[in-house]
Every structure is written in structure tokens, then in C-alpha cells.
Ligand binder design. Structure first.
Ligand SMILES: O=C(CO)COP(=O)(O)O
Length: 134
């Protein structure tokens, strides 16, 4: 599976801890992240992550491009629900693309955990059977 990890500053520690907890599972998938999120996770784990630009510099749009090209199976995007972001339009666009292309997306830890358990159980294998004809 191709999995993208993104977190706003207030949620980065949560995502780092989450990545530590699920490192064994993440290790068998292809990981992508926005710049600072990816750096923080790589510093705290042994995971290899393809890092894009930082979110405010276009990273959300780069992850969105993966979705538009059917190259992403899951997005974990821990947003800060209490702080406005300068690149809010990019964030909205990224989440919109998940809906356009039916890509599972988690915006909080509880749903991220459910989706990851789903991957572990094979619940998201349907994505691979669908991806071949796009
Ligand atoms: O801003 C972000 C997502 O909207 C995340 O970007 P960074 O991972 O570079 O902090």
C-alpha cells in the first residue's frame, strides 16, 4: 500500500508516537509525507519516507497529485482543528481529492488506528484490484 502521513504542528507529536507504535506495520508499505512531518517521523523511527515539500510550501498539493494519479491508497492527515492555517485552500483541496478518488482518509488518531487495523486485516485490498483499470 502507498500511505501518506501528514500532521499539523500541534499534532506532530501524536503522529510521531503513532508511527512508533505502528512502525512494524508501516515498514512493509511505501510511505510519503509532507516535509516536516516526514522528517520528524524518520528521526524517531527507522522508517523510510519519501518526503515532499512542507505543507505551506506546496506539500499538500504534491500529496494531492499522488491521489489524482491513483498512486495513494491511504492518507493519515492529523489536522489542527483549533488553528487556522495559511494554506487552508490546499488542505481543503487535498481532502476533496480523497473524496473524488475514494481514498480512505483519517483526520484523527481514532480513525487512523481503525484504518491501519483494516490494512493489517486486508480490508483495503479492494483498492489494489480497482487501481489497475485507472
Ligand atoms: O502543513 C502541513 C499540512 O497541511 C504539514 O506540513 P509539514 O509536514 O511540512 O509541517
Amino acid at each position: 500500500m502507498q500511505i501518506a502521513l501528514v500532521a499539523h504542528d500541534a499534532k506532530k507529536e501524536d503522529l510521531v508516537n503513532f508511527s512508533i507504535a505502528y512502525q512494524a506495520l508501516f515498514a512493509s508499505h511505501d510511505l510519503y509525507a509532507t516535509g516536516t512531518t516526514g522528517l520528524r517521523i524518520m528521526e524517531a523511527t527507522k522508517l523510510k519516507i519519501h518526503r515532499y515539500q512542507s505543507g505551506p510550501l506546496g506539500g499538500d498539493q504534491q500529496i494531492g497529485a499522488l491521489i489524482a494519479e491513483n498512486r495513494l491508497d491511504l492518507l493519515i492527515f492529523l489536522r489542527d482543528p483549533l488553528m487556522a492555517q495559511p494554506h487552508e485552500p490546499d488542505i481543503t483541496a487535498l481532502l476533496r481529492l480523497c473524496d473524488v478518488h475514494n481514498v480512505p482518509v483519517a483526520t484523527n488518531m481514532a480513525s487512523a488506528e481503525l484504518l491501519l487495523r483494516g490494512i493489517w486485516r486486508g480490508d483495503l485490498d479492494w483498492r489494489h484490484s480497482e487501481s489497475s483499470d485507472e
